[in-house]
Design a protein around this ligand. Sequence first.
Ligand code: XUL
Ligand code: CO
Length: 443
Amino acid sequence: MADFFTDVPGRIAVAGTDPGDGLGFRVYDPDRIVAGRRMEDQLRIAVCYWHSFNWPGSDIFGDGTFDRPWLGATDDPMAAAFAKQDAAFEFFQKLGTPFYCFHDVDMAPAGSTLEESRANLDVLVDRAQEKQELTGVRLLWGTANAFSHPRFAAGAATNPNPEMFAYAATQVRNALRATHRLGGENYVLWGGREGYETLLNTDMRQENDHLARFLELVADYKRSIGFTGMLLLEPKPQEPTKHQYDYDSATIHGFLDRYDLLDEYRVNIEVNHATLAGHSFHHEVAYALGNGLFGSIDANRGDPQNGWDTDQFPNSVEELSLGMYEIIRSGGFTTGGFNFDTKLRRQSMDRTDLFHGHIGGIDTLAQSLLVAEALIDDGVLDAGRTARYADWNGTLGRKIFEETTTLDSIADEATSTNLDPHPVSGRQEYLENEVNRVIWSTT
Ligand code: XUL
Ligand code: CO
C-alpha cells in the first residue's frame, strides 16, 4: 500500500516536541492529565471521512481544487473506495487521534440496487475492521447519508412518499448494523432534508409523526441487535432545507418528549449549527447537559460574517472554552467526543493542509480543555452561580415549592409583609473579566 501523505513521514509530534514546521502539536499531549483524565480520553477526537477524504474541494460555483490522488485513482468504484480507505487510515494514524466517523456512502459506493449497496458496505466494513485492529483507531459514530441523492429531495423519513421512508429505513438499518460491527460508540442521525421548503405543500404535523415513527423503529432495531452505543440526533436550523425540524437542542427535547422517545436519543451538537440557530455553542451545550440530552460534539465553527455552514476548523479558545467548561464540570464525555466535521478552504489544496487544519483545531480544543480545568479549579463561576440562587434555599424559596402553597398564599404573605425586593447586580462584566483572567493565564 503506497503512502498518500508523503510530506508527513510519521506520527505528528505531541506538545513539547514540536519540530517547528507547523506539523507538530503545540498543546495537545494525549498523556497529559487534565481534570482527572488523559487529554486524549477527555477530548476523544474523531476525524470525519466525508469532508476529509470524499470531498474534492468543489463548491456550488466551481469544481474540485484539492490534490486528492485517491479520488481519481481508478474507474472501478470499489478499488477507488479501497484507495480512499487506505488514505483515511494513513491519515488517522499519522495524526494520532483515536476515532473517526463515516456515512455509509462515504465509505462504500452505492450500488445499483439496495442489495448491492449493502454488499459493497459489508466489504468495506470488513476492511475497516482489519484496519481498526491494525492501527488501534476506533469508530466514534457511523451514520447514513439520506439527503444527497435526488430521491431524498423532499426528505427521507418525512418524505410524502412512504417508499422513500422505506428506502431510508433500509439504509439506516444497514449503516447501524455496520456501526455495530465496527464497535461504534454512537450512531448519528442528521435530518438534513427532514424539514420543508414551503408550507404551501407541507403538513408539518404529519411529517413529524413520520419522523417519530422512523426514530422509534431505529431505536427498536438498535435493541434487537444488541447495539449499546448511543443514538444521537444532530440539530441544525436550516440548510439545505429552509426549515429543519431538528432546529436546536430545545426543539429536539420537546419533540422527543412529545413522542415518548426521551430515553432513546441524545444530541450531537455542532458548533456552527448552534450559531446558525441564533445560539452560542455554550448555550446549546448547557441546555443539553441541563436536560439529560448531551451526547457528542461536531467541533466545526462558522464564519461570523456569513450565514451558512462553512464547517471551518475551530480556532477560537474564547468560543470553545465555556462550552468545554460545562462539559468537563458535568463529568466529561461518556460515549461522545469531538468530531471534526470540518472542511478546508477551497484554496487549501495540498494534502498537507489537511494536517494543518486538524492540528490547529485539536490544539484549540486542547487549550480550551486546559482553560476549562482552570475555570473549575478557580471556582469563580460556580461560586457566583451558587451565591446568585442561594435564597432559594431560604424560608421563602423552599416554601414556594411546598405542596400547600398557592398563588394566593404567596400573594397574601407578600402583601402582609409589605414585600419590597431590591435587585442586585448580575455582575456580567466582572464575570467576563474573571473568565478572561483565567483564559489569559492558562498554560
Ligand atoms: C451537515 C452535518 C452532517 C452531519 C452528519 O451540516 O453536520 O455532516 O454531521 O450527517
Ligand atoms: Co455535523
